[in-house]
Design a protein around this ligand. Structure first.
Ligand SMILES: [Zn+2]
Length: 265
């Protein structure tokens, strides 16, 4: 007599997307299957979709294991490396580069705690399956994702966003649907800052905003008005720094953009 396990179809696992440093991919497997992505745990949703991402500094291969409680299957994805430019930025206020003021350090610690809490969000939506638009009418890209940075002459962390220069007051819109998980002003580095969880913790971020038009917990659709471009926090001019994270990995949001979609204004 055949057991249920033998009768069950083999557990499938396929992943498609940008298999490159900073890229996002969507894996398809059994609904509810557990995934292990290079040691990072996630779970497919009720349709069998799991969004994953590859860090700016991801190694040349990603090992992904799916388990449905009975079976296990694994794949290795080749991850294409990228070449990063070096960007020098001078004239930043020194307290925003190497803060020594205890009050500033305390504020940064408070900001970090709040941001870290927001990044534990695991929204149930599937905004990661949508075609993404630019969040602003496309201005000049003033800082590419992944640049190695020299701030006031000192090597700093790489740039984990895409900087889009636009005038103060330019409307910033959601590139895809999701839930607002962070919406606050006055952060030391980021100024006015919004996070959107597009499902399973894939979180896009909008920095240096002059105005915030959404609230934490709010569901937004693609094109929803989020706030206005500004120069708040550590910024040398008006721009929005657009970032994307998944499980602590820093991703390149511009890779998700479908250039045939115009940014709504
Ligand atoms: Zn930036």
């Amino acid at each position: 007599m055949l057991t249920a396990a033998l009768l069950a179809a083999a557990l499938t696992l396929t992943c498609q997307g940008d298999l490159t440093q900073g890229g996002v991919a969507v894996c398809t497997t059994a609904p509810g299957a557990e995934l292990n992505v290079d040691g990072v745990a996630t779970r497919a949703d009720g349709q069998g979709y799991a969004v994953i991402g590859f860090d700016r500094d991801a190694p040349a291969s990603s090992h992904i294991v799916a388990r449905d409680g009975v079976q296990e299957t694994a794949i290795d994805l080749p991850i294409t490396p990228r070449v990063w430019d070096i960007q020098r930025i001078d004239g930043l206020p020194q307290q925003t580069v190497t803060p020594t003021d205890p009050a500033v350090q305390a504020r940064i610690a408070r900001d970090t705690k709040a941001k870290t809490a927001a990044l534990t969000s695991r929204a149930t939506g599937e905004g990661f399956l949508e075609r993404w638009a630019w969040p602003v009418a496309r201005g000049r890209i003033s800082g590419a994702f992944g640049n190695a940075r020299v701030l006031n002459g000192v090597s700093g962390r790489p740039h984990y966003g895409v900087d889009i220069a636009d005038p103060i007051g330019t409307r910033v819109r959601a590139p895809a649907s999701g839930v607002v998980t962070f919406a606050r002003t006055g952060l030391h580095y980021e100024g006015g800052l919004i996070f959107i969880d597009h499902g399973q913790g894939l979180t896009s971020m909008y920095l240096h905003l002059s105005k915030i038009a959404v609230q934490e917990g709010q569901q937004v659709n693609a094109g929803a008005y989020l706030g206005d471009v500004g120069a708040t926090g550590r910024a040398t001019g008006p721009h929005v720094c657009w970032r994307l994270k998944w499980r602590g990995r820093n991703l390149d949001p511009s890779l998700l953009v479908d250039e045939s979609l115009a940014a709504a204004q």
